[in-house]
Design a protein around this ligand. Structure first.
Ligand code: ATP
Ligand code: MN
Length: 255
């Protein structure tokens, strides 16, 4: 009863925070009845102790802060009533891990959520720093919260860096791209300053948002890798990094 109230009050709080009516619609879509039921169940199982406020409201998913039994959590909730799921089709249907899912929206979203969990696991096992994946249930992914005092670490995009610090971060990002490719057999496929957090304690990168990451069997894997390389080089050019995209692209795939 108490737990349920806490979830409801989190819902009210995140609603109260958003005056904009467009955003309000987003909030209502997130906490639809089935999603609330899953949150209650996870709370009864002790996976979530209390829900906190919204960290982010994105196009396809919203991310919430939560308290776990022994650590802080990030709860990513994919919206079922989202209009942009046509794009998900192209990523997931050509992934050999997900060839036999049914082609309705809910099933695609559930598969997408499981795919993000699996991708995070593979990345972590390959030595790439990512939020520790914990579990999925339907359209909800639970992972380690990367931040301090309930505030997420800043995005690379919002981090002020000296050239030397930027160069160090860039080198680690390239190494992570290589580990992903070589060890995890994955391409991030949406890598940019918007999907990399910076740990301010040691100025090192953390990759996030891996729902769209694909295995190397995906027919567009190399095209996605090239785009990731271009995004990263475009961002770091302001710090004097002038590597050629073709060369970096080759280096990541080299033995
Ligand atoms: P979509 O592309 O489906 O809309 P998204 O871009 O909204 O996804 P993410 O990039 O995974 O989703 O997360 C959105 C924001 O939430 C991030 O920019 C980051 O600030 C925050 N965030 C995500 N995961 C974590 C985490 N594990 N710990 C702390 N903050 C997180
Ligand atoms: Mn993102």
């Amino acid at each position: 009863e108490k737990k349920i109230r806490r979830i409801d009050s989190a819902k009210d709080k995140s609603r109260a925070r958003e005056k904009d009516s467009e955003r309000l619609k987003v909030e209502e879509n997130v906490f639809d009845v089935p999603t609330l039921k899953i949150l209650y169940t996870l709370s009864n199982k002790g996976v979530i102790k209390a829900m906190g406020g919204a960290i982010s409201t994105g196009k396809e998913a919203n991310v919430f802060y939560a308290e776990g039994p022994d650590k802080e959590l990030a709860v990513k909730i994919y919206r079922i009533a989202s209009s942009t799921f046509k794009a998900m089709d192209a990523y997931i249907m050509k992934d050999p891990r997900f060839t036999n899912i049914r082609k309705n929206k809910r099933d695609i979203i559930f598969a997408w959520t499981r795919k993000e969990l699996q991708n995070l696991k593979r990345a972590k096992n390959a030595g790439v720093r990512v939020p520790e994946p914990i579990l999925t249930e339907k359209n909800i992914l639970i992972m380690e919260f990367m931040g301090e005092n309930e505030a997420p670490y800043p995005l690379l995009k919002n981090t002020h860096l000296e050239n030397e610090e930027a160069k160090n971060i860039f080198d680690i990002i390239v190494e992570y791209m290589r580990l992903l490719y070589k060890k995890a057999n994955l391409v991030h496929a949406d890598l940019s300053e918007y999907n990399i957090l910076i740990d301010p304690n040691n100025l090192t990168p953390i990759f996030i948002d891996m729902g769209q990451s694909v295995t190397l069997e995906h027919p567009n894997a190399r095209e996605f890798l090239y785009r990731d390389v271009q995004n990263i080089l475009r961002f770091f050019s302001r710090y004097g990094i002038k590597d050629k995209p073709e060369e970096l692209f080759k280096k990541i795939q080299a033995e």
